[in-house]
Design a protein. Structure first.
Length: 130
């Protein structure tokens, strides 16, 4: 199955995407080094992940000498929006207003957050008058 959404990617695939989003572009070795940690994946493992992500249209590459330079084919924002809509569809029956209702009624948003939401709504209305 080809992963279409961020939440369908495995943990290593997500980590590789995070590296590419933060760096813009990178070689296999640069991705591997950025993953770091105590248990750094093998070069061939990172290469395999990048090739699978490319086959699923998550990344692309260009040749530079003998090396391939990989970059994301989707922005973090595009991936996040797709995952968010999947969540809204699954949990809130496709109704984003139910999501907002739960967020506003909860206790995690302070007055500053609510003011920011108001500004975003006002800006959206100005951009899309009906």
């Amino acid at each position: 199955m080809t992963p279409r959404r961020l939440d369908e990617l495995g943990s290593l695939q997500q980590a590789v995407m995070e590296v590419l989003w933060s760096k813009g572009e990178a070689t296999v070795e640069q991705v591997r080094a950025a993953l770091g940690g105590q248990k750094q994946p093998a070069y061939t493992t990172v290469l395999s992940v990048l090739q699978k992500l490319e086959k699923a249209d998550w990344v692309g590459h260009r040749a530079e000498g003998r090396a391939y330079i990989y970059s994301s084919a989707r922005t973090r924002e595009q991936a996040g929006v797709n995952a968010l809509w999947k969540f809204v569809d699954g949990v809130f029956r496709g109704d984003p207003l139910l999501l907002f209702e739960h967020l506003i009624d909860g206790d995690r948003l302070d007055d500053g957050d609510l003011a920011s939401l108001r500004r975003m709504i006002d800006e959206k209305r100005q951009d899309n008058p009906q």
